[in-house]
Design a protein around this ligand. Structure first.
Ligand SMILES: [Zn+2]
Length: 270
């Protein structure tokens, strides 16, 4: 009698193991179906307030461990991998990607795709998007002919022009080309007027905005997101006799570099 009871207990203990083995086999096979995939926002930007989000659901016999991949479109190179433990079928699920690769670096501008599948099973295509790491800083009609000043153009007193000028109506909103930390805000009556300097997140570049119409909308040490409003185009400082414009600089470890090629790229994409 006692031995029979022990055998029963033994058999009962074995059962869940067998069942789990069978179900993980189905997860690798036809038991998984990806559903209702979408990606938001439509134009994802690195470090913007709206995060890059894959929405999805799936059908399966039971809760499943999922693998989610972010891949470079084209090459298919896997940039980032996530595991979702015991994800529930039939629910609306979401996965945020912060735009960083597996080593914690910014993944770079370009096209990416999400793939989702059961751990150990086939991965399914879940949608494609283009990631941008910057936005054009002037949010409105503007000119980039460089009529006022290209990078390196001579200035009075032997100075050279250390930025690029973008003409726009006074009052046009200025957006952070890249998120980061506000390093400096101030007023320089001789050259720059109202200005703001932002230390870019996950880059050695700093971004300088000057001749603002009024003090910047942000304070020193503020954490700024990409495309966040920072102020408005003006003509303060030595711009009083010129058309309203943004004097924009990109500095790498403090040294100005020619921002024009960057600006032209961002302008095409914004
Ligand atoms: Zn300038």
């Amino acid at each position: 009698m006692r031995i029979r009871l022990l055998l029963l207990l033994f058999a009962a203990a074995l059962l869940p193991v067998a069942a789990a083995g069978a179900s993980s086999a189905t997860h690798r096979g036809v038991g998984f179906e990806l559903k209702r995939t979408s990606i938001s926002p439509r134009h994802p930007t690195f470090d913007a307030k709206r995060e890059i989000r894959l929405h999805y659901g799936f059908a399966a016999a039971r809760g499943t461990d999922l693998r989610i991949e972010v891949r470079r479109a084209g090459s298919g190179r896997v940039v980032r991998v996530y595991r979702e433990r015991d994800a529930r079928p039939g629910r609306r699920l979401a996965r945020v990607w912060n735009g960083l690769n597996r080593r914690g670096r910014v993944a770079g501008d370009g096209r990416y795709e999400f793939r989702v599948g059961p751990v150990g099973g086939a991965m399914r295509y879940a949608g494609r998007f283009r990631l941008r790491t910057h936005v054009f800083p002037v949010d409105g009609p503007h000119g980039t002919r460089g009529a006022i000043g290209d990078f390196g153009a001579p200035r009075s007193g032997g100075r050279v022009h250390e930025g690029f000028d973008i003409t726009a109506d006074c009052g046009t909103p200025l957006l952070a080309a890249r998120g980061g930390r506000v390093q400096k805000v101030g007023y320089d009556p001789v050259l720059y007027g109202y200005y703001v300097l932002i230390d870019g997140l996950k880059t050695s570049q700093d971004y300088f905005y000057s001749h603002l119409i009024a003090p910047p909308a942000v304070d020193r040490r503020d954490r700024i997101r990409t495309s966040q409003f920072v102020g408005r185009v003006g003509r303060t400082g030595n711009a009083a006799s010129t058309p309203c414009h943004l004097h924009f600089e990109v500095r790498i470890h403090g040294d100005p570099v020619d921002p024009e090629p960057y600006l032209r790229t961002w302008d095409r994409h914004s």
